[in-house]
Design a binder for this molecule. Structure first.
Ligand SMILES: [Fe+2]
Length: 281
């Protein structure tokens, strides 16, 4: 029987890649890198076969999509921030079998599933940045999942539950990662470079911190009650589809786990970021 051995909400900010390069920005996101490495270490220790990455930078507009390629390999340069991320080479095994199984479970629930095997379907940085540190040898399988901001919270939750059932029915040990921001109000263009380590609006920071507190205390009912407003008013990246799907994987309103912050909350170019793990029972 398969098992979800890890569930976490993680950061993928491009400044992590900058932090790795020689120069004035070297080391600025070391705490985020250390947190990703620790989560990767825990996943390996628990025998993970596959990282299922709910990637807000793979944005889709209709249906639920999975990258079922046998192998992911290439050289990535970001179209959004080419001066931050360029020439990033990668190679990971994919997980077509688990993708197919998730597709079948989602389809059975009436979700519009799309399970793709196109050679040109490459990875986005919401997957690539964390995998560099969580899966450094490229030994574990990677299954990227798209985020559809047009889907309702109920659909996101249903899709997360379908992922969980598919994993349980598989023979895989799986780490599920919600790769996305907390609040995501970008710093204004004119001052974006100066605001690299700041939040855009103190309101966003305070709401983010409250959400983290609710997660750490296992107060899921209260969080879910505020979740739609939070996603809307704090500029959720892809309306926080990644977080909604992750909570679906965890069991939505039946979940009672207390989250553990691995990298404490930090601001990045106006947005709110964290690495936080949710125990899976
Ligand atoms: Fe992002």
């Amino acid at each position: 029987m398969g098992e979800v051995i890890q569930a976490a909400k993680i950061t993928h900010v491009p400044s992590i890649y900058l932090s790795e390069q020689p120069g004035p920005t070297q080391g600025i996101r070391q705490h985020a890198i250390d947190g990703l490495k620790e989560l990767g270490r825990r996943a390996a220790e628990r025998g993970a076969d596959t990282f299922v990455v709910l990637d807000v930078h793979w944005a889709v507009t209709i249906g639920f999509h999975l990258n079922a390629n046998e192998r992911h390999a290439g050289e990535y340069t970001s179209h959004e921030l080419p001066h931050f991320i360029n020439g990033l080479t990668y190679e990971y095994p994919g997980d077509p079998e688990l993708a197919k199984l998730i597709g079948e479970h989602g389809e059975a629930d009436g979700l519009h599933m799309r399970v793709h095997q196109y050679p040109g379907l490459s990875l986005e940085y919401g997957t690539l940045i964390p995998m560099r540190h969580m899966n450094p040898e490229g030994a574990m399988r990677v299954l990227p999942v798209a985020c559809n901001e047009n889907a309702t919270m109920e659909e996101q939750a249903a899709f997360g539950k379908a992922i969980r059932r598919a994993v349980d029915a598989s023979d895989r040990k799986v780490s599920v990662l919600a790769s996305g921001s907390l609040s995501h109000e970008f710093a204004p263009n004119k001052v974006a470079d100066q605001k690299r380590n700041e939040i855009t609006d103190e309101f966003n920071r305070q709401v983010d911190l409250r959400v983290v507190e609710l997660w750490e205390q296992g107060r899921v009912e209260e969080f879910l009650a505020m979740f739609p407003s939070y996603a809307e008013r704090c500029y959720g990246e892809q309306r926080m589809a990644d977080t909604a799907m992750l909570f679906g994987v965890l069991g939505w309103d039946e979940y009672r786990g207390k989250a553990e912050s691995i990298t404490p909350y930090f601001p990045s170019t106006g947005t709110g970021q964290i690495n936080i793990e949710f125990p899976v029972g």
